[in-house]
Design a protein around this ligand. Structure first.
Ligand code: UT7
Length: 352
């Protein structure tokens, strides 16, 4: 039986790239450290105003054009983000309105960096059940809102003034987190594959709420009444806390294990997979997974140097790049792999 497949892709990043050197002006870090420890050279940040739904519109228009369809052909929207335009409602309906297709059902999903394997399973279920035919799946993030500085003119290289010692110390306290994230949007149009046995094959998904404290926002949630206070902001409780080294080890272990397991479940040998499209959180994670599984470098492409970690947008951005440069094409067997806050992680197999 055929499953959903990718019939169009698009990506969008806001403004000019922010190089590592620019971050080193607002906190204690360096281009050498960031490149050596993460593989990142630059990232993009949205300006104050446009939200993830605005970034998503740009990526979605390209994906619709690529698929050769109109927005009015979409009958379901899945919007993946951990940085929604508003605390509520979700960004999916906003995206629908901005594309001129209000009325179409729209779901937001909150699997953070692990969104895409979850979204493929969900999209496949919707199409197989007859609930949808043409799904617009978008991952979009504006992480700029939780960055630990206010000196945006310096970060954007619009000024070379010194930042205050207090601002520098504050940003340095969050440097592990601040250097990895960047903004962007990746969109895909999903429809049932026309090829016999083509499209989505299966997903293996996991979550572990016991480990939620590896990456989470401690404040600005409805455990507190009121849910946001001036004191919480002063204490930087709106900035995510991340146990970076432990998360890195967990990511290597779980992603390697899940990739092996999904292949076994579906009787696919690793060698048959044409491309592993893996979330880009840190190039060291992906290199270690590659080594653990014995996958050649060309089968696990990396674009983290150019974008940093764009959370739910990453796999859409990378997939779009790979389709457009011809690395992947019709008939290819793809394995998507991702882990993110929650913790959530998983893999999905799909034949293009
Ligand atoms: O997508 C969501 C999932 N997120 C992830 O998977 C993130 C996974 N974790 C990571 O990517 C890495 O743990 C980080 C990039 C966040 C940190 O790299 P690390 O190699 O694990 O460094 P570390 O936290 O163990 O720190 C090593 C040293 C420390 O200094 P001392 O104590 O050895 O003197 C840190 O204070 O590096 C220092 N350090 C930095 N130095 C310069 C930490 N961050 C920085 C920085 N610049 N940005």
């Amino acid at each position: 039986m055929s499953g959903v497949t990718i019939v169009g892709t698009g990506r969008y990043v806001p403004g000019a790239p922010v190089k590592n050197d620019a971050l080193a002006r607002v906190m204690e870090t360096s281009d050498e450290w960031i490149q050596a420890r993460t593989g990142i050279r630059q990232r993009y940040f949205a300006r104050d105003g446009p939200g993830p739904s605005d970034l998503a519109v740009e990526a979605a228009k390209k994906a619709l054009h690529d698929a050769g369809i109109e927005a009015s052909d979409v009958d379901y929207i899945i919007f993946a983000t951990m940085t929604p335009d508003h605390f509520f409602p979700g960004s999916g309906p906003l995206l629908g309105a901005k594309l001129g297709i209000s009325g179409v059902p729209a779901l937001d999903i909150r699997q953070q960096c692990a969104a895409m394997p979850y979204a493929f399973q969900l999209a496949n279920g919707l199409v197989q059940s007859g609930a949808a035919e043409t799904i617009l799946l978008v991952g979009a993030e504006v992480h700029a809102g939780f960055m630990p500085w206010t000196d945006w003119d310096v970060v954007r290289s619009e000024s070379d003034r010194e930042v205050s010692a207090e601002a520098y110390q504050r940003a340095t306290r969050h440097r592990g987190l601040a250097i990895i994230f960047g903004d962007g949007a990746g969109a895909m149009v999903l429809r049932k594959s026309q090829a016999p046995d083509g499209g989505f094959i299966g997903a293996e998904l996991h979550s572990d709420g016991d480990s939620f404290d590896h990456l989470f926002v401690s404040g600005c949630g409805f455990r507190s009444i009121p849910y946001v206070t001036p004191e919480a902001l002063v204490a930087d409780e709106h900035i995510p806390q991340m146990r970076g080294p432990s998360l890195l080890k967990k990511a290597v272990r779980t992603l390697s294990k899940t990739a092996k397991s999904i292949c076994e479940t579906h009787g696919v040998s690793q060698d048959e997979i044409d491309c592993f499209i893996v979330h880009q959180a840190n190039d060291r994670i992906n290199r270690a997974v590659r080594q653990a599984l014995g996958i050649p470098a060309e089968k696990m492409p990396s674009n983290i140097a150019r974008y940093g970690n764009t959370s739910a947008a990453t796999i859409g951005i990378l997939t779009d790049e790979l389709r457009r440069d011809g690395t992947i094409g019709e008939g290819d067997l793809l394995c998507f792999l991702a882990l993110g806050a929650g913790l959530n992680w998983g893999a999905a197999l799909l034949r293009l």
